[in-house]
Structure formats: structure tokens, C-alpha cells
Design a binder for this molecule. Structure first.
Ligand SMILES: Nc1ncnc2c1ncn2[C@@H]1O[C@H](COP(=O)(O)OP(=O)(O)OP(=O)(O)O)[C@@H](O)[C@H]1O
Ligand SMILES: [Mg+2]
Length: 280
């Protein structure tokens, strides 16, 4: 490897380290299947952690469909800064976001990403986003266990743990199982499974409809010996495009996110995190 490349890599490694050393806990949001609610869960758990008084950052590494900005109500995706230092956007007190939006001229731009480019883009973000001191960095990922997740694991070996998001549908559960196995292979603690879109209240008779089945995620958690963090119902107030209007409030889903955030905060502050112990 030419000397200049080597020096640049060392410089980037050191920059990543100095940014990450100021962040206490690093949480990875994973799902095998797409569209089950990773970004929704990442945003709402982060908001709930911020409400509890923590300094929180959300890093969006979904390069193909970065949605964190939209879901936090940010219209202008432009991040201030240059290649060496990007300032994250403060979306509300205690809550910062940053992501690949900074590399796109228009939010709707489609970029064709090849594996090494993804690796480079994510490492650049880790090296250049100036989060300052954070209690939590929540990393929203694309579905699956590919280049993006591997780049994070390689660069953040001290990850606090992963949160697996799924619906109770069989295909989603199968993919959630894969995410858990990925964590075990990589030595990442699994903090628990969230079952999203678990039920819908009929607006007429108020009966609970379990659209994707019921209890599947809890059973999977039990089978794999990992924690079950809770169920989030399908709710209009949670929908991304509603969020910027008036997403903050008191509803069963928002209360569930708060309970999950409290549970996570308790888990990550008490002793060593358990997980990855049972073989599968
Ligand atoms: N509990 C919920 N109630 C209502 N709408 C929800 C809920 N969870 C997610 N949604 C909506 O479902 C859609 C998919 O959710 P989201 O984008 O969070 O999933 P994702 O797993 O991040 O998707 P991708 O795999 O594309 O990144 C979004 O439009 C979101 O607003
Ligand atoms: Mg997403």
C-alpha cells in the first residue's frame, strides 16, 4: 500500500477513535427484513432517551434510503461542515442527527453504492461528525447484515449492543433470527427484540387487531434466550409523515417507546450486559 494511503488510513482511524471516545453507549438497530420499523424505533427510542435527560445522537447509515432526517422533521438535509468536520443537526434539545444526507445534493438523489464506497462513506461519517460528548449514539441501519453493519462492527468493536426490530409475521421473524445469529457471530450483545406494528385498535369498536399475528417476537426471544423489549402498536401518530406535524404526545405507542428506553437505560448502566450466551 502506498505510504500516503497508509497515512490517510491511520489518520482516519485516529479521528474515528477520538470521536467515539466521547460517546458512552453505542446502540445498533438491526432487522433482517426491510420496512419493519427500524428507523421508527431508532427515532422514538432516541427521543425517549433524550426525554430522560440523556444527550443522544442518531447516525443514519442507510445509504440507499436515509429516512432519519425526514422522521425527525428535518426538511433541509444539508449538514454544515467540510470533509473533516460535519456538524450534526440538533432536532430538539439533547437530540442530534447526522447521516449520509450530507453527501447528497438533493434528498431524492439516488446514489449507486458499491461495497467499498459504502465502507468509505460510513468511515468518513464516523471520522468527521462532531457529536461532542454523548450518552448514547443510536445507529440506524438498512435491513440485513451486509457491508454497512460490518463496517460499523469493524470500527466500533466496543458497541454496547444491538436492538432487533421485527413484526410478528413469520417472514420477519425468520430474518430477525438471522440478525441475532449475526450478532452472536460478531460478538455483539443483543439488548433485546422489539415487536413493532404488533396490533391496531379498530377505530369503531376499539377491538385490538393483531395484523401480523401475535406473540411471535416474544416467543423468538424466549427461544433464543434474549430479552423481549416490548410491543409497539400500529398508530397514526407514529407514521413518519405525521411525525413532523405533531408526533409528540401521549399514546400507547409513545408510552411503549418510553418504557423500552427506560428498560434499555437500566440494562446498559447495570454491570455487564448479558446476551449471546445461549448457543443457537
Ligand atoms: N408502529 C407504527 N405505527 C404506524 N406506522 C409505522 C409504525 N412503525 C413503522 N411505521 C411506518 O412504516 C413504514 C416503515 O417504517 P420504517 O421506515 O421505520 O421501517 P424500516 O425498517 O426502517 O424500513 P427500511 O428497511 O426501509 O429502512 C414507515 O412509513 C413508518 O412510518
Ligand atoms: Mg429505515
Amino acid at each position: 500500500m502506498p505510504m500516503q494511503d497508509f497515512e490517510r488510513r491511520v489518520e482516519r482511524r485516529l479521528a474515528i477513535r477520538s470521536r467515539l471516545d466521547k460517546i458512552d453507549k453505542k446502540l445498533l438497530i438491526l432487522s433482517g427484513k426491510g420496512g419493519v420499523g427500524k428507523t421508527t424505533v431508532a427515532v422514538h427510542i432516541s427521543e425517549a432517551l433524550a426525554d430522560l435527560g440523556n444527550h443522544v445522537g442518531i447516525l443514519d447509515i442507510d445509504l440507499h434510503g436515509p429516512n432519519v432526517a425526514k422522521m425527525t422533521g428535518v426538511q433541509d438535509m444539508h449538514f454544515e461542515g467540510d470533509a473533516k468536520e460535519i456538524q450534526p443537526i440538533e432536532v430538539r434539545p439533547n437530540l442530534l442527527i447526522a447521516g449520509i444526507g450530507s453527501a447528497m445534493k438533493q434528498p431524492e438523489d439516488a446514489i449507486i453504492w458499491r461495497g467499498p464506497m459504502k465502507n468509505m462513506a460510513i468511515e468518513s461519517l464516523l471520522a468527521s461528525v462532531n457529536w461532542g460528548d454523548l450518552d448514547y449514539l443510536v445507529i440506524d441501519t438498512p435491513p440485513g447484515t451486509g457491508d454497512e453493519q460490518l463496517t460499523i462492527v469493524k470500527n466500533i468493536p466496543e458497541l454496547t449492543g444491538a436492538i432487533i426490530v421485527t413484526t410478528a409475521q413469520a417472514v420477519a421473524l425468520l430474518d430477525a433470527r438471522r440478525s441475532v445469529l449475526f450478532c452472536r457471530k460478531m460478538g455483539i450483545a443483543v439488548l433485546g427484540i422489539v415487536e413493532n406494528m404488533s396490533s391496531l385498535e379498530c377505530p369503531h369498536c376499539h377491538a385490538e387487531i393483531t395484523v401480523f399475528g401475535s406473540r411471535g417476537a416474544q416467543e423468538l426471544a424466549r427461544e433464543l434466550g434474549i430479552g423481549f423489549l416490548g410491543r409497539i402498536p400500529l398508530e397514526e401518530s407514529i407514521r413518519s409523515d405525521k411525525h413532523s406535524d405533531n408526533g409528540i404526545g401521549n399514546s400507547p405507542a409513545l408510552r411503549a417507546f418510553h418504557t423500552i428506553a427506560q428498560d434499555l437505560a437500566r440494562q446498559v448502566t447495570t454491570t455487564t450486559i448479558e446476551g449471546n450466551s445461549s448457543e443457537q
